[in-house]
Design a protein around this ligand. Structure first.
Ligand code: 13P
Ligand code: SF4
Length: 332
């Protein structure tokens, strides 16, 4: 690389240990554009007594170089509840920040971009849940965490993709309403005797994968294993080698150590997982989540500099939403 401005060269020197981990997925010329933000974020975390929670879909420079805790929605919720630092920065989407605030109301929770939403959370409103209750008065309502706090507040219990079956079966009911992800509900229904009444929400990222994609991956890469997130359509899940939450997908790859794998989920997962699994070659069918990708090093730095954007939940909603999330966390 040519001569760098002195500030960049100093930041690269200070962050060289972090870059070591990322060499296989980020070229050095690109790291040169990131090092100052990474360096500043490391300093600001100490000054603000802040921790960064990062979802598995964060870009590798966030996931591996600035995050303190990484995981799926369930792990981030569990960890958020335990944090003692003053500030939690959620490198994820809005519902994840709200869940952190519900479980740890004394902390200041920041989201670097307030527009980081989720098509599932957008698909259902509190009044829809109240209407479902009128229609199915005996069926408890199980709500995926990918929803607003206001929707959680109308629910009996929450679930994530990592515990959905366990939660559904924990209720001892023959019939339940499961909102808002239609595909997750259908995929869980295929694994349990509980009758599941779904809603019509979809993840705009996972609904794009098709059985034709799988046929093509297998044809072009003989022996490849295909691992999918349960937000994919049932006809896709049926053709996969394994399906599970983002954390379960990672654990499966770490255990099975396949030579070649396709992760049917958001793009950054393959980058992040490949750093720790150099023996596996990932075929990368890239489907970006535009919401997750709103989170950048620049806006994490800005959140810590300006203490924006704070996520709050009105107490009248929070107390009811918290009950549904805590009830989920308590299911072992
Ligand atoms: P996980 O809980 O599996 O990480 O999923 C969150 C999500 O948004 C998937 O699209
Ligand atoms: Fe929501 Fe899908 Fe993005 Fe996950 S990947 S945050 S479910 S839109």
């Amino acid at each position: 690389m040519g001569a760098l401005p002195p500030k960049t060269a100093e930041a690269m020197e200070r962050t060289s240990g972090l870059y070591e981990r990322l060499k296989s997925v980020i070229p050095e010329v690109e790291w040169a554009t990131m090092a100052e933000d990474v360096d500043a974020i490391q300093r600001l975390k100490k000054e603000r007594n802040a921790v960064i929670l990062a979802h598995n879909y964060m870009r590798p420079e966030i996931f591996h170089a600035v995050a303190d805790v990484q995981g799926d929605s369930l792990a981030l919720a569990r960890e958020a509840a335990k944090i003692e630092a003053d500030v939690i920065v959620m490198a994820g989407v809005h519902f994840m920040a709200e869940t952190a605030k519900l479980l740890n109301p004394a902390r200041t929770v920041l989201i670097p971009d307030q527009q980081a939403g989720c098509s599932l959370a957008e698909s259902i409103r509190p009044e829809d849940v109240r209407a479902l209750r009128m229609q199915y008065p005996y069926a408890p309502v199980v709500t995926y965490v990918n929803t607003s706090a206001a929707v959680k507040a109308e629910s009996d219990i929450c679930c994530t993709s990592g515990n959905a079956k366990k939660i559904v079966e924990s209720l001892g009911s023959k019939e339940i309403v499961m909102i808002p992800d239609e595909y997750l509900a259908q995929n869980i229904a295929a694994e349990t005797n509980v009758k599941i009444i779904p809603w019509r929400g979809r993840c705009e990222v996972h609904e794009r994968f098709t059985p034709q994609d799988i046929a093509l991956f297998r044809e072009q890469n003989p022996g490849v294993v295909i691992v999918a997130h349960p937000e994919c359509a049932p006809k896709v899940i049926e053709l996969c080698d394994f399906a599970g939450s983002t954390a379960e997908m990672i654990a499966w790859i770490e255990k099975e150590k396949p030579k070649q794998a396709v992760l049917l989920t958001e793009c950054s997962m393959s980058d992040n997982v490949s750093v720790q699994n150099p023996g596996t070659t990932f075929i990368r069918p890239c489907q970006l989540c535009p919401h997750m990708k709103r989170i950048t090093l620049a806006n994490i730095r800005s959140a810590l500099e300006t203490m924006q954007h704070e996520v709050t939940v009105p107490e009248s909603t929070a107390s009811r939403a918290r009950r549904a999330v805590e009830r989920m966390i308590a299911v072992k």
